[in-house]
Ligand binder design. Structure first.
Ligand code: ADP
Ligand code: ASP
Ligand code: MG
Length: 413
């Protein structure tokens, strides 16, 4: 029998009524003849509440205990979901990450999945049960609990769809699909019917919080069809798939705002071989994830080096650099965490010109100053002041007609 994976986000499971509605979706799929595996997140804002509870007791909690605390949110949801299904006359069993041997690396709070024991799910699937898996969590080789990073239940769902060779991984959420930009900020953002893994990966890694970035990597590597759709309305959402040819003519397919961001600039570093290597190996040793790096020579013997990282990694990044101050002989270090990054993404940029011009002009017209610019083959990003972020995103969306559906944005030449 065909398997389908359904993932419900916390915003779609905030109370008993919503859990019952989600269970209704699961039952619909069972009635269509599917064997259903459900992945669920913590209810409502529960993960945020658990983070606040932790910080009230300890401003710098150990990453191990933080994961031990946070993973409990999703365990509650799946147990409640199983109870709802039972009450509705369906046989279900809830399982934790530990119980399906979802083994990850040791990176607490941003762990990567290494393996999943599919037999632990097949055992119950073959008994005709609906299997409910707590999202966002795993265990490391020593059986300590790890979590996959905020929003990580998407990755749990796609990884499970991959190991079970499911027909589709449905992501039920509080929007009706992927839009050209966050509709909470740019409310006219058009819905996208189909998007390539590569573009979605870029959008997710640049701040489109609707999907956890690593879930898209899994989808691409294991060919999982992902369908992002509304949990409250019964209509087609967005299919994330391999590139379709017509997409090349859509220059910009989406725009994002990355909020959880910090920029570190090391001013006046000795400009000699090995310094950049030393800095980034110290950062890697403290498991700080770096995004953009810019190095500029400012004299024969000095250089400035900047990089961006997530605001949550900033403390560790500063500690790592401070510990090398004597070795590196730099003048000072300058940190900003009052910034956001606005990006436009589109595979069509590979073959079309004028994208940078249009983006910078849109920002200039709104008198928004650009702190720094980075580009890749399919993306242009500008860092701007946090308090101008929303205005900047809206200006860029308007400039690229992101309120119009894709077929009206096709550009030749
Ligand atoms: P869930 O609880 O279902 O995991 P999330 O809050 O993680 O939900 O993701 C859904 C939210 O993502 C939407 O409410 C929306 O504000 C936001 N979002 C950001 N970028 C986009 C985008 N490009 N398209 C759709 N939603 C987006
Ligand atoms: N509950 C976790 C979070 O709030 C994981 C998830 O929702 O996917 O980030
Ligand atoms: Mg989410």
């Amino acid at each position: 029998m065909a398997i389908i994976v359904q993932k419900f986000g916390g915003t779609s499971l905030a109370n008993a009524e919503m859990i019952r509605a989600a269970a209704g979706r699961t039952i619909e799929a069972v009635k269509k003849g599917y064997q259903v595996v459900v992945v669920a997140s913590a209810r409502g804002k529960q993960t945020d509440q658990l983070v606040a509870d932790a910080l009230e007791l300890n401003p710098d909690p150990s990453p191990r205990e933080m994961d031990q605390l946070l993973h409990t949110g999703e365990i509650q949801t799946v147990a409640l979901y199983a109870m709802a299904l039972d009450q509705m006359g369906y046989d279900a069993i809830s399982l934790t990450g530990y119980q399906i041997r979802m083994v990850t690396d040791n990176n607490h709070s941003k762990a990567r999945i290494k393996s999943i024991d599919a037999d632990r799910m097949y055992k119950y699937i073959n008994q005709g049960k609906i299997v409910l898996i707590a999202g966002f969590q795993g265990i490391n080789d020593e059986e300590h609990v790890t979590t996959l990073g905020r929003g990580g239940s998407d990755t749990t769902a796609v990884a499970i769809a991959a190991v079970l060779d499911a027909d589709v991984c449905e992501i039920y959420t509080d929007v009706d699909g992927i839009h050209t930009a966050d509709p909470r900020i740019f409310e006219d953002a058009a819905k996208i019917d189909q998007i390539s893994y590569d573009e979605m990966l870029e959008l997710a890694s640049l701040g489109a919080g609707v999907m956890h970035g690593r879930s898209i990597e899994f989808g691409k590597n294991y060919n999982v069809k992902i369908h992002v759709r509304s949990s409250s309305e019964d209509k087609e959402g967005t299919i994330i798939t391999h590139e379709v040819p017509q997409m090349e003519d859509i220059v910009v397919s989406g725009a994002t705002i990355q909020k959880d961001l910090a920029k570190v600039s090391i001013i006046g570093v000795d400009n000699k071989p090995g310094n950049a290597a030393r800095i980034f190996s110290a950062l890697a040793n403290t498991q700080v994830v770096i995004s953009d790096i810019i190095q500029t020579e400012i004299s024969d013997d000095k250089a400035n080096l900047s990089f961006t990282t997530s605001a949550s990694d900033l403390k560790n990044a500063e500690k790592a650099i401070d510990s090398m101050k004597k070795d590196l002989n730099f003048d000072n270090i300058f940190v900003r965490d009052d910034i956001v990054e606005i990006s436009v993404v589109g595979v069509g940029m590979r073959t079309h010109y004028g994208v940078a011009d249009k983006m910078f002009s849109a920002l200039a017209k709104e008198e928004i100053n650009i702190d720094s610019i980075t580009t890749s083959e399919i993306c242009i990003s500008c860092i701007v002041d946090e308090d101008q972020g929303q205005k900047a995103l809206i200006a860029v969306c308007r400039a690229f007609d992101l309120d119009k559906p894709a077929e009206k944005r096709i550009t030749k030449g």
